[in-house]
Design a binder for this molecule. Structure first.
Ligand code: NDP
Length: 443
């Protein structure tokens, strides 16, 4: 049995109760196999065995008091996966589905994503099974304070710098930062995604969505095409989705959908961003409210956006939100490109179907890396105590995304898999981390 398959089989057997982690492991290890095989020194150094095991994983209890005076208890996580190329970096997710499998899958993917950005950041991820939905501001604040009261023990501006993810936006980052500062007495760049008045970076809020669209445009451009005039389906209506819609519209595309876990809205006139932001960012309401404000839109409950005909699809909600059936429908309807704003939104079967049908497919670890890349730019500004303008950050973000495209497409070609960006992104991300691990000895 090959070295890759041996490590995959042993790890997947051991962690068969962590399905999302095993899914990410399978996808990554299969695609880096050619790069591992051409570097036999990795096996002697047990490089893969070390790569698939987090350097450290912390699980903790988070008790907090709700508005009725009742004590609630949630579970918090921080997985510090790999620090070979820089301090651990990766978001915090607050969602009832959060468990060790989900945090490990996200942390593992983060290693390669962060490497691909070309910036010195290692991979980590964290979160809690706390659901901010329906909670008052005060409840969210008390939860964040309880969460940070444990988390602060394992993070720091030069060791581990968390950020936001699902359920953790500007409000949560503010409460988390306030508690960190209160406990430690230090105002330092320990979190990214901070508000502009206390160390945040301009363009961080927009970065993941904008970056996704920059990479999509570059991928299309390299294939003699562009977003201009294209019909685009976007899923989700959170941070990533909203700014992906904004940038796609600026580049001349017509985005006709947005969704949340209750269903989707279809707007043949194109999504009205002002209304979407009002519903989602201000009212924190369900997506059906959009159709109440906008008579040309229809709300389709309980369904996914992929049944709507489109030329470009941007999944921006959550993992495994696009399965084989959805992929078949998209291809049948003439979809030519899919770029993942979310982490692992396409199942392995859906991804394989896109690749087999020559759909240009940009995997999340490349396509949504703009968020973490801009977080690293926030770290740089914090360390140097300077502030870049929106245009400066946006320009760097665009450069980074175009570079990511270049590196993943070059790696795909080098390993004789032209336009297979899954293989390209994984190999390009992996080789840099592997090189750093080999250089640093057995640690
Ligand atoms: P938000 O919490 O802002 O938004 C998440 C969106 O996805 C909401 O519209 C939510 O709807 C929807 N959603 C969540 N679960 C489901 C589900 N099971 N079915 C349908 N819709 C669902 O998160 P973000 O926009 O920040 O993150 C979206 C994705 O992008 C995640 O995979 C995240 O890991 C990834 N990502 C985010 C980055 C960032 O900078 N924020 C960076 C890189 C990746 P509802 O409100 O109903 O739950």
């Amino acid at each position: 049995m090959s070295y890759v398959n041996d490590v995959l089989e042993r790890t997947a057997t051991r962690y068969n109760y962590q399905p999302e982690f095993c899914q990410a492991l399978t996808e990554v290890l299969h695609s880096i196999a050619p790069a591992v095989e051409s570097n036999p020194q990795y096996e002697k150094a047990a490089l893969l065995e070390r790569l698939v095991a987090p350097e450290k994983a912390t699980v903790f209890r988070v008790p907090w008091v709700d508005d009725n005076g009742k004590v609630q208890v949630n579970r918090g996580y921080r997985v510090q996966f790999n620090s070979a190329i820089g301090p651990y970096k990766g978001g915090l997710r607050f969602h009832p589905s959060v468990n060790m499998s989900i945090i490990k899958f996200l942390g593992f993917e983060q290693i390669f994503k962060n490497s691909l950005t070309g910036l010195p950041i290692g991979g980590g991820k964290g979160g809690a099974d706390f659901d901010p939905k329906g909670k008052s501001d005060n409840e969210v604040m008390r939860f964040c304070q309880g969460f940070m009261t444990e988390l602060y023990k394992v993070i720091g501006p030069n060791s581990d710098v968390p950020a936001g993810d699902i359920g953790v936006g500007g409000r949560e980052i503010g409460y988390l930062f306030g508690q960190y500062k209160k406990i430690t007495g230090r105002h330092e760049g320990v979190l990214t995604g901070k508000g502009l008045s206390y160390g945040g970076s301009l363009a961080r809020t927009e970065a993941t969505g904008y970056g996704l669209v920059y990479l999509t445009e570059e991928m299309l451009r390299q294939h003699g095409n562009s977003l201009e005039g294209k019909t685009v389906a976007v899923s989700g209506s959170g941070n990533v989705a909203i700014y992906a819609i904004e940038k796609a519209q600026k580049l001349g595309a017509k985005v006709v959908t947005a969704s949340d876990s209750s269903g989707y809205v279809y707007d043949a006139e194109g999504i009205d961003l002002e209304i979407l932001k009002k519903v989602k960012e201000q009212e924190r309401a369900r997506i059906s409210k959009y159709a109440e404000y906008k008579p040309t839109a229809t709300f389709v409950p309980g369904k996914r956006v992929w049944e709507v005909p489109c030329t470009v699809a941007l999944p921006c909600a959550t993992q495994n939100e696009l399965n084989l059936e959805d992929a078949k429908t998209l291809v049948k309807n003439g979809c030519i490109a899919v770029a993942e704003g979310a982490n692992m939104p396409s199942t392995i079967e859906a991804t394989d179907y896109f690749l087999a049908n020559k759909v240009l497919f940009a995997p999340g670890k490349a396509a949504n890396a703009g968020g973490v890349a801009t977080s690293a730019l926030e770290m740089s500004q914090n360390s140097a105590r300077i502030v870049w303008t929106f245009e400066q950050v946006d320009e760097k973000l665009k450069d980074i995304m175009e570079n990511i495209y270049y590196h993943m497409s070059t790696a795909a070609e080098t390993y004789h898999q032209k336009d297979n960006f899954v293989v390209g992104a994984n190999i390009a991300g992996f080789l840099k981390v592997a090189d750093a691990m080999m250089a640093q000895g057995i640690v």
